[in-house]
Design a protein around this ligand. Structure first.
Ligand SMILES: NC(=O)c1ccc[n+]([C@@H]2O[C@H](COP(=O)([O-])OP(=O)(O)OC[C@H]3O[C@@H](n4cnc5c(N)ncnc54)[C@H](O)[C@@H]3O)[C@@H](O)[C@H]2O)c1
Length: 274
């Protein structure tokens, strides 16, 4: 009989709490939730109570959660994901990282740690489609990868880059390009887009060669990500119109589902898709 995978979740917000519920509901007999950790102690203990009245899942230290897990799922923040990944890998424990933006600049170090401690790193596709085709295309010759993100102007409220350019978001009446440049600069100036651009860059041709366009469009209410891949194998074009997570309007619901699908792939003997 296959060993039951022991999972610890770091970050009990929208993604972490949805995942905790999905693990206890849909992966019985294959995986078990052994710990929850959040810098907001109350969040972890409330979620623990919701998941299991009998067993206390909230951990007071990240280290103790790592110790009892086979797989740690990071769903905390880009500011913390590198440190969480480092501690997890150094303990020889596998990790799934949702805040990919936090590790994109340290990817070579992450690879080194993963090899040294023989622990795996999983980066779900998140809120975009086309990562499968990109992974295949990059095995041949890639000419260009472009991400075009369209959001309602209000989603860019508080973004420093937009403020510095003196753009009045309320006055935007039709589609307006806010940014056109490399993924490397996009993750610097648009932290909200950081995960999508980071996953795309890591799966493809890197942040310096991946192009990003960011558009404010008053006609859209969903976060739309379009990807164009031009390669020796042809042209791939995908468009994802994301429904927002009910508990966090900054997070796409698909990102949570993508984590569940990654978990399923870890647990299933047959792996479908590239
Ligand atoms: N890969 C993708 O496509 C994708 C898509 C959406 C969100 N994300 C990322 O996933 C992460 C989780 O998203 P969410 O919507 O659940 O966010 P959220 O704000 O709803 O929840 C984050 C939780 O993590 C906790 N937290 C923050 N820093 C922490 C730390 N250092 N240690 C422990 N806990 C900490 C917070 O208290 C909060 O409860 C975010 O970083 C977000 O950017 C990735």
């Amino acid at each position: 009989m296959a060993k039951i995978l022991k999972i610890g979740i770091v970050g009990c917000g929208a993604i972490g709490s949805s995942l905790a519920k999905a693990i206890s509901r849909d992966f019985r007999g294959k995986a078990v939730l052994v710990g929850l950790f959040d810098m907001d102690v109350l969040k972890a203990s409330c979620l623990s109570e919701l998941i299991s009245r009998k067993k206390k899942l909230a951990a007071s230290l990240l280290e103790s959660l790592i110790k009892k897990s086979d797989l740690v799922i990071e769903a905390a923040s880009g500011a913390a994901s590198w440190e969480i990944a480092q501690k997890t890998l150094e303990s020889g424990c596998n990790i799934m990282i949702m805040s990919v933006g936090g590790i994109v600049g340290r990817y070579p170090e992450l690879l080194k740690l993963s090899k040294k401690y023989n622990a795996k790193v999983y980066l779900p596709s998140g809120a975009i489609s086309g990562i499968d085709a990109l992974k295949a295309s990059v095995m041949g010759e890639i000419k260009a990868v472009t991400l075009t993100t369209s959001k309602n102007p209000l989603s860019f409220k508080g973004v420093r880059y937009v403020q510095d350019k003196g753009i009045n978001l309320g006055a935007i009446k039709k589609e307006r390009v806010l940014f056109n440049g490399t993924a490397k600069d996009a993750v610097k100036y648009f932290p909200q887009n950081i995960n999508v651009a980071a996953v795309l860059s890591l799966a493809g041709i890197g942040a310096a060669r991946t192009r990003v366009r960011i558009i404010a469009n008053p006609a859209v209410s969903r976060n739309i990500h379009e990807i164009e891949i031009i390669s020796g194998a042809g042209t791939v074009y995908t468009r994802t119109e994301n429904v927002l997570h009910p508990e966090n309007p900054k997070t796409s619901y698909l990102a949570f589902l993508s984590a569940v699908a990654t978990l399923k792939q870890i647990l299933e003997p047959v792996k479908i898709g590239t």
